[in-house]
Design a binder for this molecule. Sequence first.
Ligand code: BGC
Length: 561
Amino acid sequence: MRKRLRTVWRSSPVAPEESPWWQTAVVYQVYIRSFADGNGDGVGDIAGLRARLPYLARLGVDAMWINPWYPSPMADAGYDVADYRDIEPAYGTLEDARALIAEAHALGIRVILDIVPNHTSDQHAWFRAALAGESGARRRYHFLAGRGADGELPPNDWQSVFGGPAWTRVDRGPLEGQWYLHLFAPGQPDLNWENDEVRAEFEDILAFWFDRGVDGFRIDVAHGLVKAAGLPDGAGVDAEPHTLLQVQGRHPAWDQDGVHDIYRGWRAVADRYAPERIFIAEAWVSSNARLARYLRPDELHTAFQFDFLRTPWRAQMLREVIDDAIDSAASVGAPPTWVLSNHDVTRTVTRFSRSQPAHLIETDWERGRWEDERPDHALGRRRARAAALVQLALPGTAYVYQGEELGLEEVEDLPDEARQDPTWVQSGFTDVGRDGCRIPLPWTETSVPYGFAAHPAAVTWLPQPEHWAEHSVEAQERDPGSTLNLYRSALELRPTMWRDTGDVKWLEVASDIAAFERGGAQCWVNTGDAGVPLPAGAAVVLASEPGVDGMLPPDTAVWLR
Ligand code: BGC
């Protein structure tokens, strides 16, 4: 990250009619397992999502990104896909998907799916055929002999993102004794993208969903598909277990130059369609400059920039991260993207509910790092509300992870026997994993399952906390000061106050304040301990806390005119 504090978004502001929707959209992330359950089995589904589409329309989002909904044995909550052209039976049918897409479009909500090209499920027909000894199928994955006298050691030193070796040895059948690569769980064998059949298959899968009206794809692990030739050891370059969310430096498994050719092919598929179909890369790479390479004009449209969700609650660091994100996206003509949380990281409220040392951005921002410090959720929620106003005032695309608009906290005290994330097992029960940010949403001010499931006696796939009635949609709808109503107001104001209004210009203010102007409106946030005066004569259009007038209290943000 660069350390300078200079500013402006150099690309010239675009007039509203020139700006495609995806350059300024607010995209709501639907974690389908935990959004709404229409059949009462305790697992979210398409029927539940369809029933709640009016909620998303009322919230004011432009698009939704739905986490994988394909048939899956759920070794990694659906990121282990058994069939890319169908729907997981627990979620519904292709007909349900068709109806959902049509209904979302009728409400003005675009639909973005999640494509998982780095690996399939071990139950995918291709992998089963490979294990059964079909040589063509075997070449679609990475099967290798092991090292050591009897091949008893894995072929290289790569570690799985979830913990343990990235290789599993086949213990029976025609491939007995061979090892296969899985950068994630053993149930997620990596595809061999040097194989032309793999390339052709995925271009066909994209077309399958584009033909069904899907508006775009979020690309899972977009930086992982191509591995360095010969799969060399990573020793000396991050050979230790590296986490998904913290790929530092260069490792032969990640961000190889060859991956860009794949995306040029995908772009050609998308460009056959009207209206425009788009791609968003999930690529954890070492710098925004590396990320920008995925966004060259003949590649992907946007990519998540994750520095924002790693930034501690410190005004100066927020400014640096915002500058860096804007400048690097602009260098390839792409819009910046702003993410405060997702289904892989600690919820924003909890991340901001403990002390905020500067080094959090480098190492300690993932879950479970502050075990000894009790969270102050009221403080975390206050900061999360302020952060949302900063996020939604910035140029580019904003992502809202379901439950963020309710100010939900991470559930950190799940009983061990309830945990589902493969990280828990693969880390040898040392990393609790990501279940705590994936708890089913509370809809009604009742008791569990808080209207999440069509049946009140349903047992949700992850248990919900006893006190979540107060955070339910129903409770927050009644409360004008709720986080839900703050989001609704912000999304209603955003198009006129901030969309397409051009450059970020920082204002010279106290060091604990980040304050910028865009197109005549201002956004101020106070990360310090003391109130600061707001500019005389400025009208507060929206504030993250009630009663802000003249002074900006700590942990508060405002939009001014
Ligand atoms: C997804 C994770 C998933 C992993 C493997 C990530 O990028 O967001 O939830 O576990 O890819 O597919």
